[in-house]
Design a protein around this ligand. Sequence first.
Ligand code: FMN
Length: 339
Amino acid sequence: MSLLFSKFKLGNLTLANRTVFAPSCTYKVKNNDGKPNEYHQTHYGARAIGSVGLIIVEATAVESRGRITNNDLGLYNDEQISAHQNITRLVKSLGSQIGVQLAHAGRKSECTDSEAVAPSTQAFSPNSKIPKKLSLDEILQIKQNFVSAAIRAKKAGYDLVEIHAAHGYLLNQFLSKKINDRDDEYGKDKTLLLKQIITEIKNAVDIEVGVRLSAYTWQDDDYSVNDIVTLSKELEKLGICYLHISSGGVYFQTNDAPTIAPLYQAKYAKAIKQAVNIPVIAVGLIKTAGESEALLLGDVCDLVAYSRAILANPNFVIQMMSELKEYDLIDNTFTRTYK
Ligand SMILES: Cc1cc2nc3c(=O)[nH]c(=O)nc-3n(C[C@H](O)[C@H](O)[C@H](O)COP(=O)(O)O)c2cc1C
């Protein structure tokens, strides 16, 4: 029996297997209203039929100016709750577990109907909006927005929220030594905002919390992987239930980016897994059951996430089961029982 297709306990969730659909924006919201629609229901429902263990719904903004584009999801008002409920009900009825990624785009927001905000006024790229530097009051409000979105997520039927602190979005901007040039408490401790958000969510609502981090910015003059190892240990103490380890997205110029090759981020997941006792998710060009199983057997990670492979093929996980001889594609049956 493979590790990949063994059940896994993640906080108080039991996953049917160790596969994760990584949060992946679909840009399919209509009318700039942040509400999931039939497209999202079908999209996530299809991945549940495809036997994904844990689906993490795409970046979902905690305030309207925190959307990456006008077509992104939100959980920033109560009217959005029932539309999310349509997804969670469907996905759970099909046997997958489901969480939602709570996000704020910060200086990477490309919305045409709102301003961009950030720890400083440094723009992401020559063509990006110059962000407004957040005041202390606005930072408090953003913290509250994360908490309110987590409460709405729970009402919508999600059992888990993933805090997006990766890929150069707002919380990652606060972690950055260069983008966060503030001289207040949020500049002195670059991890403070993320830690406060987690603590306040845990105090306010009974929901599992995971965190996604860019372990490396692909530039050597910002935080190091060791800094992220230290942060990971602190986040573990705050009671999060997993760390989802990615990299990059922080800077526009990616000349220093490593060659994007299969498993290119796995070494970061391994470094963090060695330092913490909570589950670690690896992601990044993992494209076969063999690679996934090797990562699990090698103690690189506890769960394996896929974005483009599952976007391209909702039955990608079933295809991997077949690769491991745990699914009979001809008879359309599992060769062993999944409960
Ligand atoms: C179309 C697309 C949308 C994405 N949207 C998100 C997102 O909403 N949140 C996030 O953290 N990462 C997002 N990502 C990054 C993926 O989750 C993943 O980390 C990355 O694609 C590497 O994994 P892969 O090689 O399996 O695709 C997105 C990637 C793609 C291709």
